[in-house]
Design a protein around this ligand. Structure first.
Ligand code: ADE
Length: 352
């Protein structure tokens, strides 16, 4: 690989062809960190509104560290993978306690919760302009084609290449250019080689194998799951639970729910859930069908509602349960699965 030529073509292309993203304006370590965590497993266009809202509410490490965890989770609601939000919050608290600011050193950054080699490299290069490599899925694909790699290779190879190629000057642009090339030109299938600034240096192109490498990874089989959700309303308040056994995000408030086991009907599952929670069955009405996806799981959830005076005052004082007003539901419920269920329920309620 002619490294000087490669850098020159790539950086020239990036200067004119890169996309504008809010995290590319004023890339402070804090802003780079939050955006890179959000961008893990989530597409850039989905992340934009979440990123803007998050930065508006928590503009600094200090504001984030001083927030309650539920506030952080609320702003994360809909992005999924909530451990990312919890780690961000823990890391902000640690930084405030220990360093007072974002550490500059790769090893110190990596030691923070939820930060691995990729994120630490991104903060060091994008915010501190240190020549630290990063490797993500896009970069792996670009290297595989540039080098014409036709068999499985250890992860180390990609890091070695990036370490060798990243320039001391403009490490931020270089890393982002590699990602951007993968996202816009060196696409997983049918790469746009005619638009590629480094086409003439690409081994896969020379061998005309760019369409067959890297070989597509076998997709994880989609897991179909059915669940029931109870919407129990008493004096305009809904019953929420944070108990692990009835909830999708352990420790967070949710509507009571349960998986429908093979061979069981929806109604039987809903009745069994009501019996466990209220100590008795109540007249339940099926009111909503919601589709929801988390990684390779496709969840079809069926909402059952019952409105009335449950006279289950014991519940009020039972740990892990509470009655919540619509405004409180908006604030407390973290999974978008429950927001979807409530939106359907309210639409029916409004029609009545
Ligand atoms: N995906 C991961 N990091 C990114 C970044 N900084 N810009 C655009 N897409 C990304």
């Amino acid at each position: 690989m002619k490294v000087r030529e490669f850098r020159q073509y790539l950086l020239r292309w990036y200067r004119t062809c890169h996309r504008s993203f809010p995290w590319r304006e004023d890339p402070t370590p804090y802003r780079v960190w939050i955006s890179e965590i959000m961008l893990q497993q989530t597409q850039a266009k989905t992340v934009i509104p979440y990123y803007r809202r998050f930065l508006e509410r928590f503009p600094s490490i200090e504001s984030l560290a001083r927030a309650a965890e539920h506030e952080v989770l609320e702003l994360w609601s809909g992005l999924g993978y909530y451990s990312r939000a919890r780690n961000i919050h823990r890391a902000a608290r640690l930084m405030l306690e220990r360093h007072g600011e974002f550490p500059r050193d790769l090893a110190a950054i990596r030691a923070l919760p939820g930060i691995g080699r990729y994120t630490a490299g991104a903060v060091c290069s994008l915010a501190f302009h240190q020549a630290q490599p990063i490797v993500d899925g896009n970069i792996r694909r670009v290297i595989t084609r540039l080098e014409g790699i036709q068999k499985s290779v250890p992860e180390k190879l990609f890091w070695d290449r990036m370490s060798r190629w990243i320039p001391e000057r403009q490490p931020s642009d270089f890393n982002q250019a590699m990602m951007e090339l993968g996202a816009l030109v060196c696409l997983p299938s049918r790469p746009l080689c005619c638009d590629c600034p480094v086409e003439r240096l690409c081994e896969a192109r020379r061998l005309r194998i760019q369409d067959i490498i890297p070989a597509a990874r076998p997709r994880r089989a989609v897991q179909q799951t059915e669940a029931v959700i109870l919407i129990l309303e008493n004096k305009r308040r809904l019953l929420l639970t944070s108990l692990h056994t009835f909830s999708v995000i352990p420790g967070k408030w949710g509507l009571p729910c349960s998986q429908v086991l093979r061979g069981k009907s929806l109604k039987d599952t809903a009745n069994a859930l009501s019996l466990k929670i209220l100590g008795r069955t109540v007249p339940l009405i099926l009111c909503a069908k919601i589709g929801h996806s988390i990684t390779n799981h496709r969840i079809t959830a069926h909402g059952f509602f019952c409105r009335g005076d449950f006279r289950v005052l014991g519940l009020r004082r039972t740990k892990g349960f509470r009655w919540a007003t619509p405004a409180e539901c908006g604030r407390l419920l973290t999974s978008s699965l429950f927001h979807k269920a409530l939106a359907k329920y309210r639409a029916i309620d409004a029609e009545e």
